[in-house]
Design a protein. Structure first.
Length: 195
């Protein structure tokens, strides 16, 4: 088990870090891109994991010189996501960290997902009972790669940002952790990357 005792708190990203749901998100984005006329690039979309849905729509508009309404794009993506009816599963290695440090270190989740989606997924996996603090894209003005999500988690946990370590699966999430002055451990394809 990783020795995280030098920290007071662990901050977890959700999709792709605690929950194996990135495949379903990418599929929902593929359907959304086809609906609105964006070229679909699965690697590009996966790399945007953690970015709020509405902000992804803005990025896609800029990338493809389109002017689709970001709120309509976000609503359509939610519709496709719901239709997939993906049963979320946990990522074993990261959830083992949750179980090992339960009651020893403070824990929170900082996700680019919208609040209702995050609440649903966490309830289905039981993680809502293990990790008490949740900050979502619905709770901050600036999502990842801005540090706001992770800084808000630290604030709610009552710890300094430098006392936190973040588990993330995307480069954008790593940038957000770095901007928040937090150490970051990457999770790639369900495997914790130990430096």
């Amino acid at each position: 088990m990783l020795d995280l005792t030098r920290y007071k708190a662990i901050v977890f990203d959700m999709d792709g870090t605690l929950i194996d749901s990135m495949g379903a998100h990418v599929k929902a984005w593929q359907n959304t891109c086809e609906h609105f006329g964006y070229d679909f690039d699965p690697e590009y979309m996966h790399g945007l994991g953690g970015v709020p849905t509405r902000q992804i729509a803005v990025l896609l508009n800029n990338k493809f010189s389109l002017n689709c309404d970001p709120d309509e794009v976000a609503a359509k993506k939610r519709e496709y996501w719901t239709a997939i009816a993906d049963t979320p599963s946990i990522i074993e290695q990261t959830c083992a960290v949750v179980d090992h440090y339960q009651g020893k270190l403070k824990m929170g989740i900082g996700t680019g997902s919208e609040r209702q989606h995050a609440l649903d997924v966490l309830a289905k996996t039981g993680l809502d009972k293990k990790i008490p603090v949740l900050v979502t894209a619905s709770d901050v003005t600036n999502g990842k790669p801005h540090p706001d999500t992770f800084l808000r988690v630290a604030e709610l946990l009552g710890v300094e940002p430098t006392e936190c370590v973040v588990f993330e699966d995307t480069e954008i999430g790593r940038q957000a952790a770095e901007a928040a002055n937090m150490d970051c451990i990457l999770v790639k394809n369900g495997i914790i990357q130990v430096l």
